[in-house]
Design a protein around this ligand. Structure first.
Ligand code: FES
Ligand code: FES
Length: 157
């Protein structure tokens, strides 16, 4: 039996208090315990970016984080980004360019895009590609995604 620990943190702006096994990942906490299935399980090894979330505004792979690491943090998932009207332009621009592809890679791509543009609102195309390189699309359909981010960034080059 796994040792339980109580943790408290903010999840998409709301306080959460939950007891978790000390070996549980943040990804399992979100998906299995809290029902937030927008964050996807891809590789489970930090390679694909499908599980990308924001921790205190910084993008991290939820599969590599223990749930107990959420203690005292502010966690934002794709659900939180989707519900925030401040992200309407991000959402609409992704859709307009066809950057919303499959449901598997898209949540991580959108979360990573949010982190990228929050850190640098006007990245050039190289910076966009570098910023998204940790998020894999197994069909290699990156062009529309990069086009969408470039549009959001006002990038012309
Ligand atoms: S599931 Fe976390 S990086 Fe692939
Ligand atoms: S469109 Fe999602 S993996 Fe390629």
């Amino acid at each position: 039996m796994s040792l339980l620990r109580e943790i408290r943190f903010r999840l998409n702006g709301s306080p959460v208090r939950v007891s978790v096994p000390v070996t549980m990942s943040t990804l399992d906490l979100l998906r299995e315990e809290l029902g937030l299935t927008g964050t996807k399980y891809g590789c489970g090894e930090g390679e694909c970016g499908a599980c990308t979330i924001l921790m205190d505004g910084v993008s991290v792979n939820a599969c590599l984080m223990f749930a107990v690491d959420c203690e005292g943090r502010s966690i934002t998932t794709i659900e939180g980004i989707a519900e925030d009207p401040a992200n309407d332009e991000l959402r609409h621009t992704m859709v307009r360019h066809g950057g919303v592809q499959c449901g598997f890679c898209t949540p991580g791509m959108v979360v990573q895009t949010k982190a990228l543009l929050d850190g640098n609102p006007h990245p050039n195309r190289n910076e966009i590609q570098r910023g998204l390189e940790g998020n894999l699309c197994r069909c290699t359909g990156y062009k529309k995604i990069v086009d969408a981010v470039a549009d959001l960034a006002g990038t012309t080059e």
